[in-house]
Design a protein around this ligand. Structure first.
Ligand SMILES: [Zn+2]
Length: 358
């Protein structure tokens, strides 16, 4: 791995990711995958919160939802000769899989998803992958299932077991000759509201200083950490996040979005250090000024009138979750509890309204 002489970050980082002026991080892959930095504990608190609510593990649902996304996300990363390779029983894709798995696993490590290693791959039968420090086992298992299905054209199931702390063995196994119905998720290219975000970027590789000064990347472990707080981060494809939330809503009904927004709000209220880093005399908008480099969205306005506070964020990676995040950060900043609601004034423009209660 080569590192940038300007900022010390791995060179592929700036090559694969672009920080835009509209508060988004876009992959330079053919599908223009949007990415967002989330805390690993934040992601887990959302998933665990839903599991507690329904009183069983939602991991299989997460893996199922991720399968189609992972398939497409990884397809776009595969070198052309693999993507065009004949697939199915006669094709014996072991060679291609082994050749490309290292490439894919390195990419995932750079995004903070941990380390993975192909332990076994038997075409037409099964595969075993060892995960070390995974950000989310069901998400990676879902990715793997998608790739195996795509290459082999058979029906598969996935399971995993914990080997020791932070080590898991994922097994993907054939269950039928029936190739899966390939869902044609023709996603319309997302439209974003133009913005004027100016990030101070490394002149050599283009990665913003906010990223290189706030995040420490341990490529060996596949772990990203905040250099001041030590919190672990992951750069997650936004489509993964949205697909999982869509699936959970389909499964558990209309109460789900409010539940997850509440979980996000609580997580931020309890973990954000904003109270110590940004004084109460400062501009309110500053409390969410880290949104653009994290790819969360573009904060464009904040104001207070009487007992009502409003925030406007363009291009949120997920409207409801970003509304929960804004609310929780505000509560952490002020040390108060507020009543919250949100609306999309126009496509891609989120307005969060907080009613102060005291
Ligand atoms: Zn650099």
């Amino acid at each position: 791995m080569r590192y940038c002489k300007g900022c010390g970050f791995p060179i592929p980082y700036g090559k694969f990711l672009a920080w835009t002026q509209n508060g988004t991080i876009m992959g330079r892959d053919s599908a223009h995958t949007r990415l967002v930095y989330l805390e690993v504990d934040e992601l887990r608190s959302l998933f665990d919160g839903v599991s507690r609510w329904v009183n069983f593990s939602i991991d299989p649902i997460i893996a199922r939802a991720e399968k189609e996304v992972g398939k497409r996300f990884i397809q776009t990363l595969l070198p052309g000769f693999i993507a065009k390779m004949p697939r199915g029983k006669m094709a014996r894709p072991e060679f291609g899989i082994r050749a490309t798995s290292k490439f894919i696993f390195n990419y995932m490590a750079g995004l903070g998803m941990g380390r993975a290693e192909m332990v076994e791959y038997v075409s037409g039968s099964h595969a075993r992958v060892m995960l070390i420090n995974p950000h989310s086992v069901p998400l990676i298992a879902g990715d793997g299932t998608g790739v195996f299905e795509f290459m082999e054209r058979i029906g598969v199931e996935v399971g995993w077991e914990r080997i020791k702390a932070e080590e898991y063995m994922v097994t993907i196994r054939k269950i039928s000759d029936q190739p899966p119905v390939e869902e044609r998720l023709t996603l319309a290219e997302a439209q974003y509201i133009p913005g004027g975000v100016e990030l101070d970027k490394c002149a050599k590789c283009g990665v913003p200083r906010e990223v290189t000064s706030n995040i420490y990347l341990d490529l060996e472990k596949g772990v990203l950490r905040h250099s001041k707080t030590g919190m672990r981060f992951v750069a997650l494809p936004v489509q993964s996040f949205q697909a999982v939330l869509r699936e959970l809503e389909a499964e558990f009904g209309s109460e789900l979005p409010a539940l997850m927004e509440g979980l996000e709000q609580k997580y931020m209220r309890e973990t954000s250090s904003v109270r110590y880093s940004i004084g109460r005399d400062r501009d309110m908008l500053e409390i969410i000024s880290d949104f653009p480099w994290m790819g969360i969205g573009n904060p464009v306005g904040a104001w207070q009138k009487d007992r009502t506070v409003q925030f406007v964020v363009d291009n949120p990676f997920h409207a409801g979750i970003v509304a929960g995040k804004v609310t929780g950060v505000y509560e952490a900043w002020t040390g108060s509890i507020v009543k919250t609601s949100w609306a999309e004034d126009s496509p891609g423009r989120l307005r969060v309204t907080l009613e102060l209660m005291t």
